[in-house]
Write a protein that binds this ligand. Structure first.
Ligand SMILES: *[C@@H]1O[C@H](CO)[C@@H](O)[C@H](O)[C@H]1NC(C)=O
Ligand SMILES: *[C@@H]1O[C@H](CO)[C@@H](O)[C@H](O)[C@H]1NC(C)=O
Ligand SMILES: *[C@@H]1O[C@H](CO)[C@@H](O)[C@H](O)[C@H]1NC(C)=O
Ligand SMILES: *[C@@H]1O[C@H](CO)[C@@H](O)[C@H](O)[C@H]1NC(C)=O
Length: 287
């Protein structure tokens, strides 16, 4: 919505004035919106910052981009050159692909993460300014999937399952969780982070007293899931040695066939019994 500058008017003309304001409102700069794609950026990668707006009847004066409160890009069509870039540490701009509606950033470093704002200003008799903001996250992903190590095996009811899971260095450190037979298991607090340069290893320990509820037909399938922000999810999986062996499939197959045969016999017998009963009734009606 545009500002109303002269609210105080004599009541007589107020309605007419308000109406003209509503019409004016509908025809000035609006819908300024920022889109950052991607908004979770990998270290040294690139991202496109888009700024969309409807000028309606207004004339564009400038589009300015800020990282936090610091202006780094300015587009003014009336000036030559129309694009100005004010260098900020931790990024380069791809000016050939930047214009009034977007800025392409490349070689993005960690310190660039934060709040980005686009400010649009119009010219002429109606000077309006609208701003919108979105935030960007810079990450570095683990170079390998997580790894599980397990203590004593094989395992039985009453045994303690001990396992560790480690995820290779990343920034931010990966979130880890253990899943046993599809169910997340209660685990200790994550261990203190192990640093490697600017990144962190992630470690998690599991110590779980096993009971029959943890076994799935004798099987113990342990997974460790590592997640970094919304863009990374890797799973390590290990089939643990179990003393509660599952019933092998070939044993159950013949019993199924046997069940089917006995079902057939039962069906035939029932049919015969009905036939007998039916003919008896028919026979009795004869007399
Ligand atoms: C800005 O550049 C992008 C990519 O080259 C293009 O898709 C877009 O239409 C341009 N915007 C304007 C307003 O020229
Ligand atoms: C981002 O910057 C804009 C403009 O400076 C400000 O209004 C907004 O509150 C900031 N948002 C955050 C999350 O810091
Ligand atoms: C898990 O890590 C701890 C601490 O590093 C270590 O003492 C333990 O032996 C490890 N356990 C397994 C099963 O790898
Ligand atoms: C889960 O583990 C925490 C400590 O790691 C413990 O305080 C809590 O009682 C446990 N919950 C269950 C249901 O075992």
């Amino acid at each position: 919505m545009c500002e109303a500058k002269d609210r105080a008017r004599v009541p007589l003309v107020y309605i007419v004035f308000s109406l003209s304001l509503i019409i004016k409102d509908a025809l000035c700069l609006k819908n300024v919106a920022v889109f950052i794609e991607p908004d979770v950026v990998q270290y040294k990668d690139k991202s496109t910052l888009r700024c969309t707006y409807d000028l309606e009847d207004d004339v564009l004066y400038s589009v300015k981009w800020y990282r936090g409160s610091r202006e780094f890009y300015r587009y003014i069509p009336a000036e030559q050159p129309s694009i100005k870039f004010f260098p900020i540490p931790g990024v380069t701009a791809d000016l050939a692909r930047s214009n009034s509606s977007q800025v392409v950033l490349k070689d993005i470093e960690f310190n660039l993460a934060g709040n980005f704002s686009c400010e649009v200003t119009t010219d002429g008799q109606n000077i309006h300014t609208r701003i919108d903001s979105k935030s960007m996250l810079v990450v570095q992903l683990p170079v390998h999937p997580p790894e599980i190590s397990v203590g004593r095996e094989p395992l039985d009811y009453g045994d303690i399952l001990r396992a560790n899971c480690s995820s290779y260095p990343s920034r931010p450190p990966a979130d880890l969780k253990f899943i046993l037979n599809g169910i997340t298991v209660n685990q200790s607090e994550p261990a203190a982070l192990r640093k490697q340069n600017t990144n962190d290893w992630s470690d998690l320990q599991l110590e779980l007293k096993l009971s029959f509820i943890h076994f799935n037909e004798g099987r113990l399938a342990l997974q460790c899931v590592a997640q970094v922000s919304s863009i990374y999810r890797e799973v390590a999986e290990l089939e643990l040695e179990s003393l509660r062996h599952p019933v092998p499939a070939r044993v159950s197959a013949p019993s199924n066939a046997a069940a089917r045969t006995s079902q057939k016999i039962e069906y035939t017998l029932r049919l015969a019994a009905y036939f007998l009963l039916f003919s008896m009734i028919l026979g009795r009606n004869h007399y």
